[in-house]
Design a protein around this ligand. Structure first.
Ligand SMILES: Nc1ncnc2c1ncn2[C@@H]1O[C@H](COP(=O)(O)OP(=O)(O)OP(=O)(O)O)[C@@H](O)[C@H]1O
Ligand SMILES: [Mg+2]
Length: 261
């Protein structure tokens, strides 16, 4: 196995045209993610998180700078990197198992092998008894699990997640966060996750990259050196939460109560 970093973002700049000029959405973004790390991108709406994820995945091009995945430049989307979208992206006319198999079809594996591999990942996310169900027969949390199974079945080096749990209720969100950590411990995939939710970032991440808008940039990097499983009620957790809140100047009694950016 090589010791190259999983992701290298090197001096990425990107602007979108605007009336009377251009808006700089990514400004000199420069960071490294190591193999097996979970890194969150946290920041207010419009600061460029989705744009950055799209550039990392090869879905959009930066104006300048480079992205390397496993040491190789990204010029277009590839199977090394899978993006998990918030709307799940499941095909309604395929069963859950059929949806998971979808990502494997380009590999042209023997039918039996394709089915077994898909089923292994359906089991990994705890949905074996729903494998024949269609997306409309699944709850939101189950659909998100199915999308995760499909992404993992492709055995990517890098999993990009854009607010994957934002549409879910608190209980399902917490359960899926635990599931992601359990699966991560087993598969050791590198994960980059966009979130608005400070608690989610502290609960999941090895490192949090804090982004600020206008121009979109990484303003601060915070390493979360707390053992897992993390306890949301523990002092360490509150310490990191406060550290992050301070970055957004949201400290104070009202902001401490309930917070999403
Ligand atoms: N294809 C595009 N064309 C023009 N402008 C765009 C395009 N995509 C994004 N933008 C602009 O770039 C900025 C950053 O958008 P982006 O979607 O990356 O933000 P974000 O941090 O993901 O926000 P949110 O948290 O609301 O999802 C915004 O001002 C947005 O309007
Ligand atoms: Mg976004």
């Amino acid at each position: 196995m090589s010791h190259l970093p999983a992701v290298q973002a090197e001096r990425l700049d990107k602007s979108f045209p605007r009336e009377g000029g251009a808006e700089r959405v990514l400004d000199n973004i420069d960071f490294t993610v190591h193999k097996g790390e979970i890194v969150s991108l946290l920041g207010p709406s419009g600061c460029g998180k989705s744009t950055l994820l799209n550039v990392l995945g090869g879905f959009e091009k930066a104006d300048s700078g480079a992205v390397l995945i496993g040491g190789e430049p990204v010029v277009r989307p590839s199977r090394k990197c899978v993006m998990l979208f918030q709307d799940y992206g499941l095909l309604p006319w395929r069963s859950l198992l059929g949806n998971v198999e979808l990502g494997l079809e380009p590999l042209k594996l023997p039918k039996q092998e394709q089915r077994e591999r898909a089923m292994r990942y359906v089991k990994l996310v705890g949905l074996e008894d729903k494998s024949a169900s269609f997306p409309h027969q699944l709850s939101g949390g189950m659909k998100q699990r199915a999308a995760l199974a499909r992404a993992l079945a492709m055995q990517p080096e890098l999993l990009l997640m854009d607010e994957p749990f934002a549409a879910l209720d608190t209980f399902t969100r917490y359960a899926l966060q635990d599931e992601l950590l359990r699966i991560h411990a087993k598969e050791r995939v590198t994960v980059m996750i966009v979130t608005h939710d400070i608690d989610e970032a502290v609960y999941l991440s090895d490192r949090v990259l804090i982004m600020q808008p206008s121009p979109g940039r990484v303003a601060k990097e915070i390493a979360i050196d707390a053992a897992r499983p993390r306890d949301r009620g523990h002092g360490d957790f509150q310490h990191y939460r406060k550290l992050i809140l301070e970055q957004f100047r949201f400290t104070g009694s009202a902001a401490e109560e309930e917070f999403t950016i």
